[in-house]
Design a protein around this ligand. Structure first.
Ligand SMILES: [Zn+2]
Length: 647
């Protein structure tokens, strides 16, 4: 087992603030304190509302052709998404003189700098141009508004070739826009209004510790009693969006308590949920060891639909502190940000995290049991209508993850997408159910969690894992042919979705004409009208087809993604008319007629579908024990009652 351990240092470390100096900081004045080299990084975020971030670095250097890397593979993003195109105004200097540089013609993330004789360090100036509005993916996505920003240090960092990111120390400082507050897991040594000096940290830790900042920022302590501090740091585009009810706070407190009970130990000094509420930044969650960078709409705390739909986001990202950061698949544990990662175990890294995220959303009360089951029914339906499962094993979606980001909705059913998340969750639900059944209810995947991710409380450290490690620990919890079971699930193609976790836990997937609660909320939020279980279509804004199940009712009639439904049975398209037409066909057994537009041509298609509206739900199978409800029942907390929005 390969291990990369962080060099945690407690050092009385005196370094003048780069802001306070009139000239460049010389590396000769810096004690390396156990690191192979130490960089200084001064970031000026006062232009954040303009979406421009300024940085000055001082990097120990050697004369000659000196190669600096710009981070390419950002941990947790599973793709080479380092936002190289947004780095601008790059100057390399020595003693105030501009140095010649050229980009490597093959590795575009490598910069060759001509360092003059006698120089022991170089200064680098660069700006980062944050994408406008909601463009871009993950931390490379839009990250700044008039009122807030989230700084990812990798935007503004170069580091020399030949060093792991653990070997490089960075002494960072940050200047904020006037009157902005900040939140981060990165320990600081000093701060004054508008500026922060951080303690010396490894480059690994720095890049793993984004800083959230904003005019409207609220910090809510979540821990109860002993143990590390847990803090919910919320930045929003308005003061009103920070209003959080006592029930909501209790649900987050429950999340911390239930996760602590689930894993049995923590591997962080303290933990920050960096929750950013804005409709103008990229929407995602990104895991870090001691924090998570989660960005949702401004109405998350005040709009029950957003609250319900995003219930599992923070539980998912929090779980990653254990699965992903503390324990990491060996192929994802790379020494620096240039080495490509191998994603073959993402169905564990993301799939099990997705499952525990769902479980913790239920145990904490962030999601009601009814909504929890509706969400699971929606997932079960989707993977039951996934012709891509006929040709593509689940593991291949993990191996090829970097090619699947940003592919959009069109043909997702046939191509498959990042299926290792939700199909992974179904598989881990099945594993949990098998353990509970075979052990007569005395063991569960919780026991695996404690063995695999728990141990002793430690500061951040990383231990890699392999497929064999997973199998071995599962066997330790409950003897079974786990290797055969898991390889069957991830390597074999199968038309049937893995729904054993639902059917064996006392529930059945059924379809009725009543809307699924989660799908309905998604529609209300402007997402697709989901007719996967009936016409085998999802329909987006203004009748444009998001996806049509390959080989399904609509696709066989000539409907495809990107086409627009203009009319249903001769009348202008609306969701209501389409549902009415489905009911009419059910009674009359006459095909419904759709007028569709495809690249400026119109065509009428007949849909031979006569089963009426069908939406997925889970219903109780009374012939079996209700294991599912036990899985999501609180273990050490009580649910916030009567509900988060009842104040
Ligand atoms: Zn994740």
């Amino acid at each position: 087992m390969r291990q990369w351990r962080y060099a945690w240092l407690v050092v009385a470390f005196g370094i003048a603030s780069a802001f306070a100096q009139s000239g460049p900081v010389q590396s000769s004045s810096i004690k390396t304190s156990g690191f192979s080299l130490v960089e200084t990084l001064a970031v000026d975020a006062t232009d954040a509302p303009r979406k421009v971030f300024h940085a000055r670095l001082t990097i120990p250097a050697k004369p000659g052709d000196f190669v600096l890397f710009y981070p390419k593979w950002i941990p947790g993003e599973h793709a080479p998404l380092g936002p190289l195109a947004n780095a601008a105004g790059i100057y390399f200097r020595s003693n105030g003189q501009d140095l010649k540089w050229r980009r490597d013609p093959v590795d575009l993330y490598a910069f060759h700098v001509d360092v003059p004789k006698g120089a022991i360090s170089i200064d680098v100036a660069l700006d980062y141009l944050s994408p406008v509005e909601t463009q871009g993916d993950f931390s490379a996505g839009s990250s700044a508004t008039e009122k807030l920003a989230v700084l990812s240090w990798n935007w503004l960092v170069f580091y020399p070739k030949g060093y792991s990111t653990d070997e490089i120390g960075v002494s960072a400082s940050l200047k904020l826009p006037p009157d902005w507050q900040w939140g981060t897991a990165l320990p600081h040594s000093a701060h004054a209004p508008g500026s922060i000096e951080f303690k010396l940290a490894s480059l690994t830790t720095l890049v793993d510790s984004p800083v959230q900042m904003g005019q409207y920022l609220k910090k809510i302590p979540l821990q109860k009693g002993q143990g590390p501090a847990h803090e919910l740091d919320i930045a929003a585009d308005s003061a009103a969006a920070l209003e959080i009810s006592a029930q909501q706070t209790k649900a987050f407190e429950n999340l911390v308590a239930e996760a602590s009970a689930l894993f049995g130990a923590h591997h962080y000094r303290d933990y920050h949920f960096l929750l950013t509420l804005s409709d103008h930044v990229a929407q995602f969650g990104l895991e870090h060891h001691e924090s998570n960078d989660s960005r949702i709409g401004e109405g998350y705390l005040t709009d029950s639909a957003q609250w319900t739909l995003e219930a599992a986001l923070l539980p998912h990202e929090f779980t990653h502190s254990w699965n992903g950061k503390y324990r990491r698949p060996a192929g994802l544990a790379t020494p620096d940000y240039q080495a490509p990662t191998e994603g073959n175990l993402l169905w564990v890294y993301e799939g099990m995290t997705q499952y525990f995220g769902f479980v913790l959303s239920g145990r904490s009360g962030l999601q009601t049991p009814e909504d929890w089951r509706e969400k699971m029914a929606d997932i079960a339906m989707n993977f039951s209508h996934r012709p891509g499962r006929n040709w593509r094993p689940l593991e291949d979606t993990a191996v090829a993850a970097q090619t699947l980001y940003g592919t959009g909705e069109a043909f997702t059913n046939y191509r498959r997408c990042l299926d290792y998340y939700d199909e992974g969750a179904l598989i881990w639900l099945e594993v949990d159910t098998i353990i509970r059944q075979k052990s007569g209810g005395t063991k569960s995947l919780d026991d695996f969690a404690r063995l695999f991710f728990g141990g002793k409380n430690t500061p951040p450290e990383m231990k890699t894992y392999t497929f064999e490690d997973v199998v071995k620990t599962l066997h330790q919890v409950q003897p079974f042919d786990w290797r055969g079971f898991l390889t069957g699930r991830i390597l074999k193609v199968a038309r049937q979705a893995p729904l054993g976790g639902i059917t064996d836990s006392g529930w059945m997937l059924v379809y009725t004409d009543q809307p699924n609660a989660i799908e309905k909320l998604r529609e209300q939020q402007g997402n697709a009208f989901d007719l996967t279980a009936s016409l085998e279509l999802t329909i987006g804004k203004d009748g444009v087809v998001d996806d049509a199940i390959e080989g399904g009712v609509a696709a066989k009639s000539g409907v495809a993604p990107g086409m627009k439904i203009i009319a249903v049975n001769g009348r202008k398209y609306s969701k209501e008319f389409l549902l009415a037409a489905m009911r009419q066909s059910q009674q009359s057994h006459q095909p419904m007629q759709l007028l569709i537009e495809n690249s400026e041509y119109y065509r009428t298609v007949s849909l031979n579908y006569f089963d009426g509206p069908r939406f997925p739900h889970l219903v109780r199978d009374m012939s079996k024990a209700d294991i599912l409800s036990d899985i999501i029942r609180p273990k050490v907390t009580t649910l916030p009652m009567p509900g988060p929005f009842a104040e």
